[in-house]
Design a protein around this ligand. Structure first.
Ligand SMILES: NC(=O)c1ccc[n+]([C@@H]2O[C@H](COP(=O)([O-])OP(=O)(O)OC[C@H]3O[C@@H](n4cnc5c(N)ncnc54)[C@H](O)[C@@H]3O)[C@@H](O)[C@H]2O)c1
Length: 246
């Protein structure tokens, strides 16, 4: 049985989709929650939604690509909860789909800043206290695009590939200090604008014939963050319904 009582979790991109579902599941399993997003209004509604499980919640408007805002968010969370035990780096850009020749350099820079540097800033900000506590879990949300490479999504694929290798390299540095670092790589997921965390649609991309739900992805994140996964670090776990097309 997964139980996060006494644990504090910081989730980025928590206002919709997988991040919101993770917030709901962590709250359901007893965690204290810091939720970070650029969309403050939506964070307020997630805070309202999870009230039935906990009101020990901090919401923070923060652009993960801005180091100073990240450091402030972490400082505020540590002030409120005393420590951060679990970090879920979930916020990312991914919706743009163009051939490589048509992607402006400015788009490459935004993807690198949000998808890679966001993970770097948050990990750097939480690690000193995790190491001091000899306990921490970092779960990075990557993508199958970072494993196989998606045509017309070169900068997304490249940044998620970087997240997977960052995960593996960092795990080798900090696992012995009590900090377990893993990534999850979703395949196709139901549209994050759908507020039903159990919803899915048909998909030809998986042998299951459907997309994954936000809740299924959130449950994998919760498992990796839990004591049930105490011997897992440095791994990228694909959650893709047995992907067909690579
Ligand atoms: N949805 C999918 O099909 C799919 C597939 C594979 C991987 N993923 C990964 O799952 C994660 C979540 O995706 P999703 O589709 O559930 O949600 P989404 O992409 O719809 O939303 C992401 C959230 O991140 C926030 N965000 C974006 N830029 C930000 C920034 N600079 N600072 C702070 N917050 C920011 C958004 O406001 C939003 O709340 C992402 O890392 C994505 O790459 C999604």
């Amino acid at each position: 049985m997964i139980n996060f009582e006494g644990k504090s979790v910081l989730i980025t991109g928590a206002s919709v989709g997988i991040g919101r579902a993770a917030a709901i599941q962590f709250a359901r399993f007893g965690a204290k929650l810091a939720m970070v997003d650029i969309n403050y209004e939506k964070l307020k509604s997630v805070k309202e939604e999870i009230k039935e499980f906990t009101d020990d919640v901090l919401i923070c408007k923060c652009d993960v690509s801005r180091e100073e805002e990240v450091n402030n968010a972490v400082e505020n969370a540590v002030k409120q909860f005393g420590r951060i035990d679990i970090l879920v780096n979930n916020a990312a850009l991914w919706r743009s789909c163009h051939p490589f020749e048509e992607i402006p350099i400015s788009e490459w820079q935004s993807y690198i800043n949000v998808n890679i540097m966001g993970v770097v800033y948050f990990s750097k900000a939480v690690l000193p206290q995790m190491i001091e506590n000899n306990y921490g879990r970092i779960i990075n949300v990557a993508s199958v695009a970072g494993v196989y490479g998606n045509a017309n999504m070169t900068c997304y694929s490249a940044t998620k590939g970087a997240v997977i290798s960052l995960t593996k390299a960092l795990a080798k540095e900090v696992t012995a200090k009590g900090v377990l670092v893993n990534s999850v790589s979703p395949g196709s997921v139901s549209d994050s604008s759908d507020s039903d965390i159990n919803s899915y649609t048909e998909s030809e991309m998986s042998f299951m014939g459907r997309t994954g739900t936000d809740k299924e992805n959130a449950n994998l994140i919760c498992f990796l963050a839990s004591d049930a996964a105490s011997y897992i670090s440095g791994q990228n776990i694909q959650i893709d319904g047995c992907r067909k097309k690579q």
